[in-house]
Write a protein that binds this ligand. Structure first.
Ligand SMILES: Cc1ncc(COP(=O)(O)O)c(C=O)c1O
Length: 168
């Protein structure tokens, strides 16, 4: 029998685990991870209780509850003037990390290259490697950390499948 092969054998722990453990040990303010330092609003807690008591405790559709997708589309329209079709262009995921992971698994094939800009969110490269892809890192440089598009152009090769852009 073949020994088990792990896809992320050399991954180690995430920077979040490292920084959070350090912050706890040194009693420092933890700026590395989005832990809210305030309580959830009462109205939200009440709404969650009401929804649960009203029977909203079942699986949602795989692509998300349509009224929520419609609200997301309405928000994009009013905030960003972007017309997005809630049926075909919006999917609800339990957080960004899993959404990014799912998008990468859906698109990246073995041997594909994916360009990521460093410093990058540290789930990008492992998600690419799980898909059998190859992360291609481009370092953003101080002082303004702007993308050097000539560097991007030079990094695009026949196997480039995706460029991950993270912008507010
Ligand atoms: C750039 C970036 N993307 C995604 C996430 C995680 O998002 P979520 O908690 O929704 O998975 C973080 C968390 O810090 C982040 O910094």
């Amino acid at each position: 029998m073949q020994p088990l092969q792990f896809k992320l054998a050399n991954q180690g722990v995430t920077i979040f685990s490292t920084m959070t453990a350090l912050a706890q040990r040194l009693k420092a303010i933890n700026l590395s991870q989005g832990f809210p330092d305030f309580a959830a609003p009462d109205a939200l807690i009440e709404a969650l209780c009401d929804a649960t008591r009203s029977g909203y405790n079942q699986y949602a559709p795989g692509d998300g509850w349509l009224p929520l997708r419609e609200q997301v589309a309405a928000l994009f329209l009013s905030r960003d003037q972007l017309l997005i079709d809630p049926v075909h262009e919006i999917t609800i995921t339990p957080g960004a990390t899993i959404g990014i992971f799912a998008a990468i698994q859906a698109v990246v094939q073995a041997g594909d290259e994916v360009i990521v800009f460093d410093p990058s969110y540290d789930s990008y490269a492992p998600a690419v490697r799980v898909a059998g892809g190859i992360p291609v890192h481009i370092a953003l440089k101080a002082p303004n950390f702007a993308v050097d598009w000539s560097e991007v152009k030079a990094a695009i090769r026949p196997h480039t499948r995706m460029i991950i852009v993270n912008t507010p």
